[in-house]
Design a protein around this ligand. Structure first.
Ligand SMILES: Nc1ncnc2c1ncn2[C@@H]1O[C@H](COP(=O)(O)OP(=O)(O)O)[C@@H](O)[C@H]1O
Ligand SMILES: [Mg+2]
Length: 411
C-alpha cells in the first residue's frame, strides 16, 4: 500500500478533504493520513511515498525532515529544496525574461541587520542609497513589500519618498522590494496544480483578507483572449519554478495581466476563505496529481544529487560521477527553461535559449568545483586554506544601519 502524508498548519478543511478523497480513490492501495514525526534519524527508512507540505515554510524542523524524505525517494509537493531557495524578487526577474508582464520592481538593502553586522561588514553597500533613482524607476504610488513574504504581512502602499522612508524605517531586518503599484481594473488569483491545471478565480483584494468575500465565482469574468493569456502565463511561471501547487495573482490594467504574487506554494484552500466551489476544485485537482505522481516512474532527475546517487558503486571512477552530475544539471536546465517557454513567441524563446546556453556554461564551473572536492585530501585542505571557513572577522561595534538608511539630511 502506498502512503500519502499531509503536513499541515492550522487549516481544517483542506487536509480533511484531501485525506477523504485520496482514501476513497485509493481503494486500499493508496492511503492518506496526517504525517506524524518526532526525532528524525539521518538514516531512517522511507515512510511516505508522497507528502503534501502546507507548512514547512514556517517550521524549519519540517523543512529539514522533508529534504531528507526526498532523499529517500518521497515525492514532496512542493519541492522543499526549491522552495527554500526561492524568493519573490528572483521570480519577478525570471518572469520578465519569460515574457510574463510584471510591475517594475527594485530590491532594497535592508534597514537593519542582525547583531554583529556592523558598518564594516557592509562595505559593499552603496552609500548613500540612490533613493531618487529607485523611486524614478518604480514611480509612485508604489507598494513596499518583503522580497520573501506571504499572508499580506508588511505590504504597504506609499505615495511619496517621504512615505516610503517612513515605512522603510519600520521594516527592521526584513529585505524589502519597492514595486510599481498597478491600479488594476480587474484582479484574479489562479490555482495551478501539477504545473498544468489552471483555475482562474476572480478575486477582490479590496475586501478583507481571509473574509470569505474575496473570491468570486464568475467563469466569464475575463474576456476569452485575456483568460487564455492568463492561463498561459500561469503555466509558464509554475513550470519555470517547478511548483506542483501554487497560486499566481494578476493585477490587470488596460488589458495587461501583471503577475504580482506567484510564490504561494501552500495556497489558501479553506472552504471559509475560497468557498466550496474552489475548495472542491483544488482538492480534486491535487488528488488527481497525487495519483499521477505516484504512478510515474521515479527515474526522472529532479535534484542535482540524484545524478550522483547511482545504484552502481559510486566510486567506479571520479570521471563517471562528474559526468553524471553534469548531465543531471544540464537536463535540469533543459527541462526547466525550454519547457516553460513552449508557448511564448519565437523571438522570446530565442532569448531564453540564449540564457540556457549561458547557464550551461556555468555547468563547467560547477564541475570544476565538484572536481576540487574529489581531489586527494592534500589538495583539498590546500583549497580550504585559501578560503576562510566562511566566518567573517569579529565585527567592530560601529553601527551598521547608517549605511542602508537615508541620512536625516537627505529627507
Ligand atoms: N504591485 C502591486 N500593485 C497593486 N496591488 C498590489 C501590488 N503588490 C501587492 N498588491 C496588493 O497587496 C496584496 C498582497 O501582496 P502580495 O504581493 O500578494 O503579498 P503576499 O505574498 O503577502 O500575499 C495583493 O493581493 C494585492 O492586493
Ligand atoms: Mg498574495
Amino acid at each position: 500500500m502506498k502512503k500519502v502524508g499531509i503536513l499541515v498548519g492550522r487549516e481544517k478543511t483542506f487536509p480533511v478533504s484531501m485525506i477523504e478523497k485520496i482514501n476513497k480513490r485509493g481503494g486500499g492501495e493508496v492511503g492518506a493520513e496526517f504525517v506524524k514525526i518526532g526525532g528524525v534519524r539521518h538514516d531512517g527508512l522511507k515512510e511516505y511515498d508522497l507528502i503534501i507540505d502546507r507548512i514547512s515554510h514556517e517550521v524549519p524542523f519540517y523543512r529539514a525532515f522533508l529534504k531528507r524524505a526526498a532523499l529517500e525517494g518521497t515525492i514532496v509537493v512542493n519541492n522543499p529544496f526549491w522552495w527554500s531557495a526561492d524568493d519573490k524578487f528572483f521570480n519577478y526577474s525570471l518572469a520578465a525574461k519569460l515574457a510574463v508582464a510584471v510591475p517594475r520592481t527594485a530590491l532594497l538593502p535592508q534597514k537593519d541587520y542582525i547583531e554583529g553586522i556592523t558598518g564594516e561588514s557592509l562595505r559593499n553597500l552603496e552609500f548613500p542609497l540612490d533613493w531618487e533613482g529607485i523611486a524614478d524607476y518604480v514611480g509612485f504610488p508604489a507598494i513596499i513589500k518583503p522580497f520573501d513574504g506571504g499572508g499580506w504581512k508588511n505590504v504597504s502602499r506609499v505615495n511619496s519618498l517621504e512615505e516610503l522612508w517612513q515605512v522603510y524605517d519600520t521594516t527592521g531586518t526584513l529585505c524589502m522590494t519597492l514595486q510599481e503599484m498597478i491600479d488594476f481594473d480587474q484582479f484574479v488569483r489562479c490555482y495551478c496544480v501539477g504545473q498544468d491545471e489552471v483555475m482562474i478565480m476572480p478575486y477582490d483584494p479590496r475586501k478583507p483578507y481571509l473574509s470569505g468575500e474575496q473570491y468570486i465565482h464568475d467563469p466569464g469574468y475575463l474576456a476569452p483572449e485575456l483568460a487564455e493569456r492568463v492561463g498561459r502565463d500561469v503555466r509558464t511561471l509554475c513550470r519555470a519554478l517547478g511548483y506542483d501547487l501554487n497560486t499566481v495573482e494578476f493585477a490587470i490594467k488596460d488589458g495587461i495581466p501583471y503577475a504580482i504574487d506567484f510564490m504561494n506554494p501552500a495556497p489558501d484552500a479553506e472552504i471559509a476563505s475560497v468557498g466550496q466551489f474552489y475548495h472542491d476544485w483544488v482538492t480534486g485537482a491535487v488528488t488527481d496529481l497525487v495519483f499521477k505522481r505516484l504512478a510515474e516512474p521515479q527515474a526522472q532527475v529532479r535534484y542535482r544529487w540524484d545524478a550522483m546517487l547511482n545504484p552502481r558503486p559510486l566510486a567506479e571512477s571520479t570521471q563517471e560521477a562528474l559526468a553524471a552530475a553534469a548531465t543531471g544539471l544540464q537536463q535540469g536546465l533543459e527541462s526547466v527553461l525550454p519547457q516553460s517557454v513552449r508557448d511564448v513567441p519565437a523571438e522570446i524563446a530565442a532569448t531564453v535559449s540564449g540564457l540556457v546556453n549561458e547557464a550551461k556554461n556555468v555547468v563547467s564551473d560547477i564541475i570544476e568545483s565538484v572536481a576540487s572536492t574529489t581531489q586527494p585530501e592534500s589538495a583539498k585542505s590546500k583549497g580550504l586554506r585559501a578560503t576562510p571557513n566562511g566566518k567573517t572577522k569579529a565585527p567592530s561595534k560601529k553601527s551598521a544601519t547608517p549605511r542602508a538608511k537615508k541620512p536625516a539630511s537627505e529627507a
